[in-house]
Design a protein around this ligand. Structure first.
Ligand code: ATP
Ligand code: MG
Length: 235
C-alpha cells in the first residue's frame, strides 16, 4: 500500500466530519472518491495533507506514520496536492508558482523537474512570466497540477479538478495524469463529481457518505448505475 487510512476521525473544531473512515490505496493505483456535497471529500484530502487535524485513527504513507506530521513533511515524502478551487498564487508568475512547488519538494534537483514540467505543459512554459491570476480557470488548473508535480509525487491528490472548466481542458488533464502515471508509477486519489472524468482516470471509486467509505466499486459500474447514483450522490 502507498496510503493506508484506518478508522479516521477528524473535522473542524468541535465539528466532526470524518467518522471512522477507512481507505487503502495501492502503489500506482488510481482511485476516485465520490460523494455528494458536504460528504467530507475535501476534508479527507485535507486530513491526508495535515491541514485538518486527526482526532482518532492512523494515516500511513509509504511506510511512514503521517498522523501527526506537519504538512510540509508530508509533501516532502511525496504527496502532491491540487486543492479544490486550485489556489494558485495569483500575484506570483507561473514560474514562481512552480518554484514554490519545487522548493516544497525539499529536493535539490527540482530545477530538472521544472524542465520536465515545462515539457509536459508547453502552455506553462509559454506563459512562464505571466501572473498566475491572469490565466484562465482551466490554465490555472493546469498550473496547480504542474505545481503539485514539481514534488515528483508518489501520490497525487486532486480535488474536483474539472469544477468550472471547459471540456477541452478536462480532456487535457486526463491525458497528462494518465501519461505521468504510466511513466512514473504515481498513484492518484481524485475527488470528482463528474463521473465520466472520474472513470477516465480511475478504475475504482470509493463512495463516501457522511464521512465514511460505504462502498468500493468499479467506476464503470458507477457511471452506468442510475439507482446507485441517486442513492449515494442525490443526482
Ligand atoms: N473550514 C470549515 N469549518 C467548519 N466546517 C467546515 C469547514 N469546511 C467544511 N466544513 C463542513 O464539513 C462538511 C464536509 O465538508 P467538505 O468540504 O469536506 O465536503 P465535500 O464532500 O468536499 O463537499 P463538496 O462536494 O461541496 O466540495 C460540510 O458539512 C461542511 O460544511
Ligand atoms: Mg469538496
Amino acid at each position: 500500500m502507498i496510503l493506508s487510512i484506518k478508522a479516521l476521525h477528524g473535522g473542524y473544531g468541535s465539528t466532526s466530519v470524518l467518522h471512522g473512515l477507512d481507505l487503502d490505496i495501492g502503489v500506482g493505483e488510481r482511485r476516485a472518491i465520490i460523494g455528494r456535497n458536504g460528504a467530507g471529500k475535501t476534508t479527507l484530502l485535507k486530513a491526508i495533507m495535515g491541514i485538518v487535524p486527526v482526532r482518532e485513527g492512523v494515516i500511513t504513507f509509504d511506510g511512514s506514520d503521517l498522523t501527526r506530521m506537519r504538512t510540509h513533511g508530508r509533501a516532502r515524502l511525496g504527496i502532491g496536492y491540487v486543492p479544490q478551487g486550485r489556489q494558485i498564487f495569483p500575484r506570483l508568475s507561473v514560474l514562481e508558482n512552480l518554484r514554490v512547488g519545487g522548493v516544497g519538494s525539499g529536493s535539490p534537483d527540482w530545477k530538472s523537474t521544472l524542465d520536465e514540467v515545462m515539457d509536459e505543459f508547453p502552455m506553462l512554459a509559454e506563459k512562464a512570466n505571466a501572473l498566475g491570476g491572469s490565466l484562465s480557470g482551466g490554465q490555472q488548473q493546469l498550473l496547480a497540477l504542474g505545481r503539485a508535480l514539481m514534488l515528483k509525487p508518489k501520490l497525487l491528490l486532486l480535488d474536483e479538478p474539472t469544477e468550472g472548466i471547459q471540456p477541452s481542458i478536462r480532456d487535457q488533464i486526463v491525458g497528462h495524469v494518465n501519461s505521468i502515471c504510466q511513466k512514473s508509477g504515481m498513484a492518484v486519489v481524485v475527488v470528482e463529481q463528474n463521473l465520466d472524468f472520474a472513470s477516465a482516470i480511475a478504475d475504482t471509486g470509493s463512495i463516501i457518505v457522511r464521512g465514511r467509505v460505504v462502498a468500493e466499486l468499479p467506476t464503470a459500474e458507477i457511471v452506468n448505475d442510475r439507482a446507485l447514483q441517486h442513492k449515494f450522490l442525490g443526482v
